[in-house]
Design a protein around this ligand. Structure first.
Ligand code: PMP
Length: 416
């Protein structure tokens, strides 16, 4: 008998049978509030009727119309509709399937377009599991250890992470920018540096928002040295943070934007956006792939866009996010073990530390598992697994957020 590989680490023992909005039912019909959303993917919730209908209609027409062989209408429509949501000037799109692939696409574009070899990534960033994406990932050694040698040409600079350093946001930002200048002077010269690759909010690294000053500092240095500013919006995009893109909170203009996860409500689809001029500096045929821009995934993305607009899911993410933040902050006030509640919109985390101030992954995991037993699915993140994160579908209701708040308090009472 074959088995599922033990390389996978399960967060919960749940076997999902079906889903509805922010809820999952298991095979015994037990109901779970799903505050994981498939790691921030099911933006419109599980089985949104409009997404289901669009996908079903497309499945019956054509499933796989390979996009470098023939084109298909859902792809052409999606490219056109992306202009409704893309930052100004980013008018050219390339599609792939996963976040990691899109990160690799951005990396290849940056190297080809600039003719420079090196990428600066920021400490705590997660960019994926393929070898190049893992080389850019510094959110935990578990994503790197034993896989060496990783890709050369990566330099890592600090991310402004106030709670990690025990500093104010201003101090952390000042430190991060000074270290970046130091790096450009000592490790990777500007003329060898193709791109800065940054998450607007560290995701797997612990749900740490960047600051406007930090991103403005990257923009300024990028402009000064002809370095590209690449934002990884795989987790922060598509309304997750209460604005359409995470970087919208900070008023910064990216040169390349990476998107995936929420884009197609659960169908595998990812992409990068840049200006036509920048994309034109890459060679035709230098990127592609068998499955990129799958027709059903593109149809689902179009339906996702419609639903997001009609149901104002970005607005709901902002409103429900504030409600959830209130509940998490109230719970933290009752338990000294929770030392920080942070994030943006519906991308929120509760950080656990010991009385000595050390990151406490063991307690975070116990709280996450107690929550699963109470019917609330959660994940952890952070270098030590010390942050429990809350990322429900953007359709989550006021009642569901309240219910999740109650279950979280019960779970904490069990383990603390
Ligand atoms: N970038 C970020 C910011 C992510 O959060 C993730 C996934 N958690 C990835 C890239 C990689 O995406 P995928 O797992 O689809 O390859």
């Amino acid at each position: 008998m074959a088995h599922l590989s033990p390389m996978l680490k399960q967060a919960t023992p749940v076997i999902a049978d079906r889903g509805e909005g922010a809820v999952i039912f298991d095979e015994q019909d037990r109901r779970y509030l799903d505050f994981t959303a498939g790691i921030g993917v099911t933006s419109t919730g599980h089985a949104h009727p409009d997404v289901v209908a669009a996908a079903q209609e497309q499945v019956a027409k054509i499933i796989h119309a390979q996009y470098t062989t023939v084109m298909h209408r859902p792809l052409l429509d999606l490219v056109e509709r992306m202009s409704e949501v893309l930052p100004e000037g980013l008018d050219s799109m390339f599609f792939a399937n996963s976040g990691s692939e899109a990160v690799e696409a951005a990396l290849r574009l940056a190297r080809q377009a600039t003719g420079r070899p090196n990428i600066v990534a920021f400490h705590g960033g997660f960019h994926g599991r393929t070898v190049a994406a893992a080389s850019l990932t510094t959110s935990g050694t578990k994503f790197r250890s034993g896989f060496a040698p990783l890709m050369p040409g990566v330099a890592v600079s600090p991310f402004p992470n106030p709670t990690h350093y025990g500093w104010s946001q201003e101090q952390a930002t000042d430190f991060a920018l000074r270290e970046l200048d130091h790096l450009l002077q000592t490790v990777t010269a500007p003329q060898d540096t193709a791109a800065f690759l940054v998450e607007p909010v560290l995701g797997e690294g612990g749900y740490v928002p960047a600051s406007a000053e930090f991103l403005a500092g990257l923009r300024e240095r990028a402009d000064r040295h002809g370095i590209l500013l690449v934002v990884d919006e795989v987790q922060t995009g598509w309304g997750r943070t209460g604005r359409f893109w995470g970087h919208d909170h900070f008023g910064v203009r990216p040169d390349v934007l990476i998107t995936a996860k929420g884009i197609a409500s659960g169908f595998p689809l990812s992409g990068i956006a840049a200006s036509q001029e920048l994309m034109g500096r890459a060679w035709p045929g230098s990127q592609g792939g068998t499955y990129g821009a799958n027709a059903v995934a593109c149809a689902a993305a179009l339906a996702t866009l419609d639903v997001m607009r009609r149901e104002d899911l970005v607005g709901n993410a902002a409103a429900r996010g504030e409600q959830l933040r209130g509940r998490l902050t109230a719970a933290a006030r009752e338990h000294a073990e929770i030392t920080d509640v942070r994030g943006l919109g519906l991308m929120l985390g509760s950080e656990f530390r010991t009385a000595d101030g050390e990151p406490d992954g063991a307690t975070a995991t116990r709280a996450q598992q107690a929550a699963a037993e109470h019917g609330l699915l959660l994940l952890t993140c952070g270098a030590w697994g010390q942050v429990v994160r809350f990322i429900p579908a953007l359709v989550v209701t006021e009642e569901q957020v309240d219910e999740a708040g109650d279950l979280w308090q019960k779970s904490l009472a069990d383990v603390l």
